[in-house]
Design a protein around this ligand. Sequence first.
Ligand code: ADP
Length: 252
Amino acid sequence: MLEVKNVSKSYGKTVVLHDVSFRVDPTEFVCLTGPSGAGKSTIINLLIGAEDATSGSIEIDGVELRKVPHPAMQLFRRKVGVVFQDVKLLRGRTVAENIAFPLEACGASDAIIKKRVGELLEQVGLSKKANMLPAALSGGEKTRVAIARATVHKPIILLADEPTGNIDPEQALKIMSLFKQIHLEKTTIILATHDSNLVDSLKTRVIRLEEGRIVRDSVGGYFDANGHKGTKEHPAHAGDAASKIKITSIGS
Ligand code: ADP
């Protein structure tokens, strides 16, 4: 359902992704980890079509991103929700209006907007703050609004780029429960984070990047494999001798 094939990305002469390949099946929950500068945000930007790969291809739901005709791109983008660390809320609009914005932009009726926004406010636990402006919210609450807005079109994939970067650990755990809940509703989640505690607590598939290369892809993985046993190489890469990416298999 999501396939990144031999993708490289350069800015001028600087190569920031080197021949990266991975596949994510429907309803998987994947943590994309690695130190700052490893290339996590670059991958997220490629997956939402905000940047083009220098070479290689990205397929989402069987369609190669590069081949989506421009007029159809807006519709295609609804399949992929995204949450950024800096949340990007509209400051002059209330919580409910921020969540409603993508629906308004595509001409949804007032009745549909009201129903969907009500559902999402409840899901993210902000029904009582529907009429507040973002400035009156905590960091964690702002992130929850951003998650509600990102899922307003019921995307098949939800991407999150360091969504807990600016919030305290307690709020971060709430955000993780929300992602788990959205995942249970059959949405694929790709969470880019350098937060080792979060990754270790999730025990999900972990794809680790270093210097623009995948160095590990493991199921039930930890942020840092050293010292941890029992993590298994992900089948998408297991025994894949043809893969040009270097995978460090651990504990198996
Ligand atoms: P991460 O999200 O893992 O911290 P990034 O994907 O943001 O890493 O960055 C990967 C590398 O690409 C870094 O060395 C960064 O400086 C570089 N980079 C990202 N965007 C640009 C850009 N627009 N121009 C030049 N270099 C960039």
